[in-house]
Design a protein around this ligand. Structure first.
Ligand code: DOR
Ligand code: ZN
Length: 347
């Protein structure tokens, strides 16, 4: 039997929600991952250091007994965010990054930023104190086609911001295009990108061919096949600027399976199995650890985890539950549309 031992992975972009969903999903991450950057797009969002501290406490309280997991907290950037509060959050060790949602770009982003100029005082302070900005890189202007929104964001928002504030460290999250990959590769520093599990596996056909499949709908939306291949090449390259951020985003089924379904794919359950499959398919199993466990910590100035996990390739495919049942309702688990033979050996 083939086995693979890696340093324990981290997830550099995760939605845990709150209440019954948090309670229902947290174990799927803490089972395999040591740390995760926790997205702040709750209702209402996590805007202040006080909000983040309370949310962190709720996450810790929801952890299954015995699981060691460190939530790395973020603040939701608004046009009114107080630079002093952000600095205090960083100094106290609570805040790992600040998240920019362009207003209207995705789930619970209406309180996000409309006019980046208004957020400049915070961004300048972040540059000064070395606090990274995590970016949802899509423009929201209605005249820009949804499949072009990432490329246009790079040109009209990200590149000007980086020229204006070159000291600001920016993570371009869930990169979905070859344009994004090329932009990160061509940058001279202070820019990295996270890549999700599902964008390495699906292209836009998964959402639209043979019927609309809401459980493959997320934002940024999956693009054409050439983009998926560019993401794969970056993920397996070992290039330290690329690392895993699953963007696992649970929504209960009734909110996905309806006339106006929410964006988000729930991958926490089977991410490591999916990734081992992808990396093996690319003949790059030796690069999986860099992607899941080494590159992210270096970028965020943290040590890689000392603990390890082991994956085994079994003859029988894994039998993951199709849904995660929670107190708020069922959440469909990402189906990669191929059998998963690699499985994490549970301790
Ligand atoms: O698909 C997504 N779901 N993309 C996001 O940016 C937000 C997320 C969510 O919170 O559901
Ligand atoms: Zn997200």
């Amino acid at each position: 039997m083939k086995t693979l031992t890696l340093r324990r992975p981290d997830d550099w972009h995760l939605h845990l929600r709150d209440g019954a969903i948090l309670q229902g999903v947290i174990g799927d991450t803490s089972r395999h991952f040591a740390r995760a950057i926790i997205m702040p797009n709750l209702v209402p969002p996590v805007v202040t250091t006080t909000d983040a501290r309370a949310y962190r406490d709720r996450i810790i309280a929801a952890l299954p007994n015995g699981d060691r997991f460190e939530p790395l907290m973020t603040l939701y950037l608004t046009e009114h965010t107080d630079p002093d509060d952000v600095e205090e959050g960083k100094k106290s060790g609570l805040i790992t990054a600040v998240k920019l949602y362009p207003a209207g770009a995705t789930t619970n982003s209406h309180g996000g930023v409309r006019d980046l100029d208004k957020a400049m005082p915070v961004l300048e302070r972040m540059a000064k104190i070395g606090l990274p900005l995590c970016v949802h890189g899509e423009v929201t202007t209605p005249d820009v086609d949804i499949f072009d929104r990432e490329a246009v964001f790079i040109e009209t928002v990200l590149d000007p911001l980086r020229k204006r504030l070159p000291e600001l460290k920016i993570t371009m999250e869930h990169v979905t295009t070859a344009d994004g990959i090329d932009y990160i590769k061509s940058s001279k520093g202070n820019l990295a990108g996270s890549i999700t599990t599902h964008h390495l596996i699906i292209n836009r056909n998964a959402i639209l061919v043979g019927g609309i499949r809401p459980h493959y709908y997320c934002l940024p939306v999956a693009k054409r096949e050439n983009h998926r291949l560019a993401l794969r090449a970056a993920a397996i390259s070992g290039d330290a600027r690329f690392f895993l951020g699953t963007d696992s985003a649970p929504h209960v089924d009734p909110l996905k399976e309806c006339a106006c379904g929410c964006a988000g794919i729930y991958t926490s359950v089977n991410t490591m199995s999916c990734l081992a499959h992808v990396f093996e398919e690319e003949n790059a199993l030796d690069k999986l650890e860099a992607f899941t466990s080494l590159n992210g910590p270096v970028w965020y100035g943290l040590k890689p985890n000392e603990e390890t996990i082991t994956l085994e390739k079994r003859d029988e495919p894994a039998n993951f539950p199709p849904k995660r049942e929670t107190g708020a309702g069922p959440i469909t688990v990402f189906d990669p549309m191929f059998p998963l033979h690699w499985q994490v050996v549970e301790k």
